[in-house]
Design a binder for this molecule. Structure first.
Ligand code: TXA
Ligand code: MG
Length: 353
């Protein structure tokens, strides 16, 4: 299959003319990758089981891992769900359009092929103007996982999508680099008590403020799904995700001890002939001297870290790093999402110093 690529110059006001073709492809059962404010998505008509099936094939994704249905307007939600519990209503009013996915009991309209056999459906209304215009023009809800090959870091640029999906999908809509860089927050809002299934840019603190009470995290987020007795509620969270090709170790502790440990380990690995990567920040990069040193952004502005995280992991794939040592972050606010992705990329390998 030849993958067509179209470039949207004016992201804030995308020309409808340019989006007609991808909208038509989506409506008629094809696959189109498109930018959202979080990461690039790989879209198909969410109401068409065969189209959703093509997503799993292109990504090499297990078919029990459900897809998020993306909508363009509030009116698009009621047909997809059986009910909208009160907390879910408050959250969508506060954060839609935006980087928040809500899980509701699904209606008969949504095929099991989209929900991985579940009786719930995950729905998100993205804020990205290109995504929103495309979904509205398609006139159908758009099922879209991140547009990476299963197991690779999510794509934050159209080039990342191209690397993984060229020849496997009909079209890539290139809207430049995304803003946030980590996937949406997912909240199970299907019952009376909401639970955070995946942390993202809509933080636990923000959600708790809107609902006026502490919203819990799914225990699997904290302990890691490797423990047999903790089954994550978002099926996708159980897979080793976001994985770089290299073996990644997170080092956690005060800045000096972390740098000291990383330098010592890097030196050992270099002496053994390995290609070594180091992930640090603007504030700490001067502390490192050997290996491939990459700053992810500024600790003082964690949104810059989230923005660059997957790009840095992909860069180390391209550089064929064998081992990577990374600094750690706090687990408050956006740090929760950053640490969730890093811990998973590291296969839960954390060194406390
Ligand atoms: O930011 C995002 O959410 C991006 C963009 C493209 O919107 N999409 C995304 O999709 O990250 P994906 O498929 O890579 O991750 C979706 C996660 C998976 O872990 C999946 O298991 C979970 O959402 N999920 C989907 N439907 C669910 C449901 N009904 N119940 C619980 N978890 C669900
Ligand atoms: Mg994904």
């Amino acid at each position: 299959m030849t993958t067509e690529r179209i470039i949207i110059e004016d992201k804030e006001n995308p020309k409808e003319e340019l989006l007609k073709k991808p909208a038509e492809i989506l409506r008629t059962g094809g696959l189109v990758a498109f930018p959202t404010e979080t990461v690039y998505g790989l879209g198909a008509n969410a109401l068409n089981e065969a189209a959703a099936g093509k997503i799993y094939a292109a990504k090499g994704r297990p078919s029990d891992n459900p897809l998020i249905a993306h909508i363009g307007d509030f009116d698009d939600l009621p047909p997809l769900v059986l009910e909208i519990p009160e907390a879910g209503k408050k959250l969508m009013e506060a954060f839609w359009p935006g980087p928040l996915t809500l899980v509701f009991p699904k209606s008969g309209l949504v095929p099991y092929g989209t929900t991985g056999g579940l009786d719930t459906v995950a729905v998100r209304m993205p804020a990205d103007p290109v995504a929103r215009a495309l979904i509205r023009l398609a006139g159908v809800p758009v099922a879209a996982p991140s547009a990476n090959t299963s197991g690779r870091p999510s794509p934050t640029t159209a080039d990342h999508v191209w690397q993984d999906m060229n020849g496997k999908i009909d079209m890539i809509v290139d809207g430049g680099a995304v803003g946030i860089g980590v996937e949406s927050t997912i909240i199970d809002a299907s019952g009376a008590e909401p639970v955070i299934l995946r942390p993202g840019a809509i933080t636990r603190e923000m959600v708790s403020a809107v609902l006026g009470k502490e919203v819990p995290l799914d225990p699997a987020i904290i302990s890691g799904p490797m423990k047999a007795d903790v089954r994550p509620k978002a099926p996708g969270m159980k897979y080793k995700h976001y994985a770089p090709k290299a073996e990644l170790t997170l080092v956690e502790g005060d800045a000096e001890s972390v740098a000291g440990t990383i330098n010592r380990l890097a030196e050992e690995k270099l002496a053994q002939g390995f290609r070594v990567g180091i992930i640090c920040t603007e504030e700490t990069k001067e502390k490192y001297h050997e290996g491939m040193i990459r700053s992810m952004g500024m600790r003082a502005r964690e949104e810059t870290i989230a923005h660059n995280l997957y790009g840095v992991l992909r860069e180390f794939d391209d550089l064929e790093a064998d081992v990577i040592f990374s600094e750690s972050f706090s687990r408050d606010h956006l740090g929760q999402a950053i640490m969730n992705r890093l811990t998973k990329a590291a296969g839960y390998h954390i060194l406390k110093v």
